[in-house]
Write a protein that binds this ligand. Sequence first.
Ligand SMILES: [Zn+2]
Length: 567
Amino acid sequence: MINFKDMPYERPDLDALKQEMQDLTQALRNASNYAEAREVFLKKETSGKHLSTLMNLAMIRHSIDTRDAFYDAENDFWNQAGPELDEYAQAWTEAMLESPFRAEFAAEFGDILFLNAEIDLKSFSPVIIEEMKEENDLATRYNKLLASAQIPFEGGVYTLSQMTSFKTDPDDARRLAAWKAEGQWYKDHQAELDEIYDRMTHLRDAMGRKMGYDGFTQLGYYRMQRNCYTKEDVEQFRAAVRTYLVPIADKVYRQQAKRLGLSYPMNFADNALQFRSGNPRPQGSAEDTLKAGEHFYDALSPETGAFFHLMRDYGLMDVLSTEGKEGGGYCTGLEDYGVPFIFANFNGTAGDVEVVTHEAGHAFAMYTNADRIPTSTIWPGMEACEVHSMSMEFFAEPWAEEFFGPDARKFRYSHLAGALTFIPYGTLVDHFQHVVYEKPEMTPRQRHDTWKELLGVYMPWVRLDDIPFYGDGEGWQRQGHIYGSPFYYIDYCLAQTVSLQFWALIQKDRADAWAHYMAYTRQGGSVTFTELLKNAGLKSPFDPDCLREVCTAADRFLDAYDMTGIE
Ligand SMILES: [Zn+2]
């Protein structure tokens, strides 16, 4: 094994790559028996692994320091190269789909290979390459804009990520000032944020039409590789959220207002403070949080222990918040080495613990499935991936004392409450995007109005007021997924629903819950999301009973929660 910082990177020769992909495609077409076709297929696997490793190395190092000129140029290179290579990847996919040995391939490597290949074909055509490049550039512009934020606050200057902890400060005036300072920054850049999204919306709509769809939505679903549910299923899920979840989430905020001595409905700044004594915070340094993670994974299972030590020993986690670093967090894979990588921004809030539990949940799934062939089945779909991470957070709850010290009981309450209140927000993000792409002609102002209106449906507990940007009901522009990954967000909601199922299982029998978790995770991406769930003995979030049952259990749990001594 090699340390992350020593992993070699060199920009590949794009023309040579294209030639190689063309040669492999031709060889696959020329194969006269399965053994020959299989050999070509495995060669393509190796070359694809290497390509993805290089691309991810460039992407990771760029996001660690967006000011680094070398990786900035490499990031630009991949933004351009990606769509160009897609064309060659598509030729390969077509050859696979037309292969006379398709049945043999499916028997050995799984049907999902072809199911997803068919969807891939529907999500790309060379006629939209130029639009895709521009879309990538716009996404980079958005990320750079947010990463460049320098927010004046209390005499200092802070990045968006560094503002997070002020935005949950227990002092009402200070917290409100932080929200206002951050909101003002967005407001000052709103013209650019509007322009980027407006351009993206029109581009995406045009891509959808060029590919023969009725706008972007269908293309968006294919791009998210939705292979086991439709727009109608998602619509039904959103309806169940409104019916079962919104009332419970509303109750959480009513009780919060009472606890804080404030009147319901509260504004964004007050909704952000869960307890008068402050939100649960990790008790020690970043190193202490990582150490607590080590203890948790060591105790959870031999596999998780070995995994977490590997991540720490080989520099596969970059978690401190430093200047020039891109915001947010993610986990990706370095397939040549069979290891995951975790990127995050520690900021002294409970979010730091989530990096160790949530992102590492993703990483553990990749680590568990790193040897899978084809590599496209290492990870399942995005919604299925979020089950790995969100459920891991619940498995970590017994370690809350080590992560949070005296705040452990507050944490367990707010973790569950937060899971419940997140789903309506995430569903709102999804609903909003459906409207946006149904009506691409809307002006930026009309988009803001749409968000504001839906906010009243999904988050009735929010009082709009004089906080710039947020108080105007325009806060969607801080949600990067809306810009960079359309229709991604519902995945978190579907997964959160499944993770609440895990939460309920853990309450009953922890060992049994872990057995279900491993049964789910060991499958990697070998089948679709709904099949993964079924094989692991779990309910689908599209079954309305699923949401109803977890809501009832969680509501009962929160009602009975012993709040003695918690203020
Ligand atoms: Zn995640």
